[in-house]
Write a protein that binds this ligand. Sequence first.
Ligand SMILES: C[S@@+](CC[C@H](N)C(=O)[O-])C[C@H]1O[C@@H](n2cnc3c(N)ncnc32)[C@H](O)[C@@H]1O
Length: 247
Amino acid sequence: MDAPSLIRGTYWSHRLGLPLLDHPGETNQPMLAVNGERLELRHGSSRQRGVYVEFSLHKARMIQRQEGKNGLLTRAIGLRKHPSPTVWDATAGLGQDGFFLACQGCQVRLFERSPIIAALLEDGLSRGLVDHETQPVIEQRMILSQTDAAAAMHNPPYPFPADVIYLDPMFTKPNATALSKKEMQLLRLLVGNDDDAPTLLATAIACQPRRVVVKRPLKASPLGERPPHFSIQGTTIRYDVYLPEMM
Ligand SMILES: C[S@@+](CC[C@H](N)C(=O)[O-])C[C@H]1O[C@@H](n2cnc3c(N)ncnc32)[C@H](O)[C@@H]1O
């Protein structure tokens, strides 16, 4: 390991309470690795490219293209009427949806409960802060809390309540998402299926934000079988929108 990687590796190993391995080789356990400037999650051969968090305007534009002309997610969030809401991204994952929303003008608080995924996010955010393209968006509109969003909603120490709470829990069956297949597989291996997502939805609704938005596979039943007020449908996914003040 070169000296800068050793310093970064030692830092993360202390922060996360994980052993620091010099030559890890093959592994059937997910493993964090320092690759130059970047923290990565790997599985299998150490030669394989890992999963890491990268924020770039290019990626945000790609998500916008996937979203189509009418912008599914931006419509679900209600951006036309309220252009810069505070959004709690309660299931931040690798932060791609959160970054996209921040690029659209939202103030985004990312909640991620897995310490490993949160470490990847923190690493991606700090690299994004020294990139002149992404720095203004990240500095002004994104903040990360490594905690369970449901606990934060029950006991909010945050000065800015959410206008919108966004949920994108792991789908039980693989489907279209902002993340690639490999990213989803590794995430699933690490965090499982987010089986408590229906409770998170109930907690989010009880917080009484203007909207709660849930990303679902197009054909799946609503989260926790709770019918939304309306849905915005794409070709493979849909966003179910709940309006707590109408409940
Ligand atoms: C499918 S991923 C989200 C992907 C994300 N939308 C993106 O664009 O990268 C779901 C993530 O939500 C996290 N998660 C699920 N329930 C949570 C909760 N109650 N609080 C915080 N994080 C949660 C999981 O650990 C997982 O990393």
